[in-house]
Design a protein around this ligand. Structure first.
Ligand SMILES: [Zn+2]
Length: 221
């Protein structure tokens, strides 16, 4: 689990492309984010298991209005005070600090355009991202309940890769039933052909519930 401390307030410069333990590049979207680690090393997670911090999240738009990040209110406030971002949507209640008062930001927009690597999001494969892409639904039986796992459609032992096109959300019983077999041998085929998700997937990964104020900006993306 790649959980960083919350010490200090780092300035927003640019999303960094970091090496994960699997050697693939991944977009680190936020200093204090609770993004899960690579699929191979991650413990099981359930939807909604994200703590109260998700309620205080702010959507970050690029200068082009493309959603690029989700951050804390604290971080958003710093960006706005440093004039690195402007508030696009705000809450009707105010934040009070020692030296200032401002409306609680809901959506902010960076004043300078940040270049995002085209395929950064599609390379970042995590269990949570796979679950979000597959709508927390087993791709074999359609079950939305029970503990989800990830399944390699073509098992790794049979040469299957670990890319978006070979990993699906799968309930534990289906995973046991399929075992180490090919889809045709198990007669189990994913309902939707797995592929890399849209770049806004990270927003759904970062927050179990999307605030109403965010929707117009996600639809436009
Ligand atoms: Zn299933």
């Amino acid at each position: 689990m790649n959980r960083r401390g919350n010490a200090g307030v780092a300035e927003y410069t640019q999303p960094r492309v970091a090496k994960t333990s699997t050697g693939s590049a991944a977009l680190v979207v936020e200093e204090t984010s609770e993004q899960p680690g690579p699929v191979a090393v991650l413990p099981a997670e359930r939807p909604g298991q994200h703590g109260s911090s998700t309620r205080s999240r702010v959507l970050v738009l690029n200068a082009s209005y493309e959603p690029i990040n989700v951050c804390t209110v604290r971080r958003a406030t710093v960006l706005v005070l440093k004039r690195r971002a402007e508030v696009v949507e705000e809450s009707d209640w105010a934040l009070h600090a020692e030296s200032f008062t401002m409306q609680r930001p809901l959506v902010i927009r960076l004043t300078a355009y940040v270049k995002i690597p085209r395929d950064a999001h599609s390379r970042k494969i995590t269990r949570r991202a796979v679950f979000a892409r597959d709508r927390w639904t087993c791709q074999y039986c359609g079950s939305e309940r029970g503990s989800l796992t990830v399944d390699h459609v073509v098992p790794r032992s049979k040469g299957g890769g670990s890319g978006w096109d070979n990993i699906v959300a799968c309930c534990a019983p289906c995973n046991r039933r399929k075992g180490d077999r090919l889809p045709k041998d198990a007669n189990m085929h994913p309902r939707r052909r797995p592929k890399a998700p849209h770049s806004t997937i990270f927003v759904y990964v970062a927050t179990p519930s999307i605030p109403d104020a965010w929707h117009p900006y996600l639809i436009a993306a």
